[in-house]
Write a protein that binds this ligand. Structure first.
Ligand SMILES: *[C@@H]1O[C@H](CO)[C@@H](O)[C@H](O)[C@H]1NC(C)=O
Ligand SMILES: *[C@@H]1O[C@H](CO)[C@@H](O)[C@H](O)[C@H]1NC(C)=O
Length: 253
């Protein structure tokens, strides 16, 4: 009944539109598809709402490679469910035609994968300096990741990977040097990650480790470096140099 009423209204407005075509062509109308950007877990569904300035004469049409689910509609909007989103990046475009003029709006749908784990290595003390190393395992998209280290609740490092260009899931290792000071002894150290996605932030942290004086021999230190290097192709090891390069590139843009 509702749709018959809508159709009747549409026909009436349509004939009005034809009768006054010259005037109506000048009338601007807008089309919005919201949210404009959204991040979902792979395999999940998402709702996109296409709305337009009233009246809705013709049903909007949606173009997307994604699988469609249910549809809901109201006076000047149609909401579409898109199912089983798996591609890293997809788009959906909604278009509305009124008095021969077509307008559209596009939304970007991305997928994300929160880390499969966050592991803080036991701090290694060499020459009065701790090497703190945190591994973030299997995360995507890397350029939305922020990693911080906190010691006794205080922030001691903050690394943003916004300049990272790789498009694949990656393991990220953040390494930070921290001077050994008596007051930090036995303080809990934690590694926190957050993914800054369109419309939301997801975050978590590692189990705490305490700063205890562990003096490694030069031999075991060499072994540790070798094992990291062996994973080199798979690991993204972040250092100050990388971040400086990244920031320099950003400031040029
Ligand atoms: C879609 O958007 C319209 C206009 O902003 C709003 O009135 C309506 O409640 C929305 N529908 C849904 C299902 O969110
Ligand atoms: C990431 O780390 C995990 C656990 O350490 C490892 O099994 C996996 O092979 C690594 N993958 C990549 C892409 O580096």
């Amino acid at each position: 009944m509702g749709s018959a009423l809508l159709l009747g209204l549409g026909l009436w407005l349509g004939s009005f539109g034809l009768g006054a075509a010259g005037a109506r062509e000048q009338v601007p109308f807008w089309v919005r598809l919201s949210p404009e950007q959204v991040a979902v877990l792979p395999g999940h569904s998402v709702w996109l709402n296409c709305s337009t300035s009233c009246p809705l004469v013709e049903k909007p049409s949606l173009q997307t490679q994604l699988q469609r689910g249910q549809t809901l509609s109201g006076p000047c909007w149609v909401s579409y469910e898109l199912l089983d989103v798996r591609a890293r990046n997809s788009t959906a475009s909604c278009s509305v035609t009124r008095a021969g003029e077509t307008r559209g709006a596009t939304a970007r749908i991305t997928t994300y994968k929160p880390p499969g784990g966050v592991v803080l290595e036991p701090p290694v003390l060499v020459g009065g300096v701790y090497t703190l190393r945190c591994h973030i395992i299997h995360v995507f998209p890397v350029n939305s990741l922020v990693v911080t280290l906190r010691l006794g609740g205080r922030l001691i490092s903050h690394d943003s990977l916004e300049c990272f260009e790789g498009q694949n899931m990656a393991n990220v290792t953040v390494t930070h040097q921290w001077p050994a000071r008596p007051r930090d002894l036995w303080q809990p150290l934690t590694c926190h990650w957050s993914l800054h996605l369109p419309g939301r932030v997801v975050h978590s942290s590692s189990a705490p480790v305490t700063l205890a004086v562990i003096a490694w021999s030069s031999q075991s230190k060499a072994l540790a470096c070798t094992s990291i290097a062996a994973l080199g192709g798979l690991l993204l090891a972040l250092g100050g140099a990388y971040l400086r390069r990244c920031l320099a590139r950003k400031s040029q843009m």
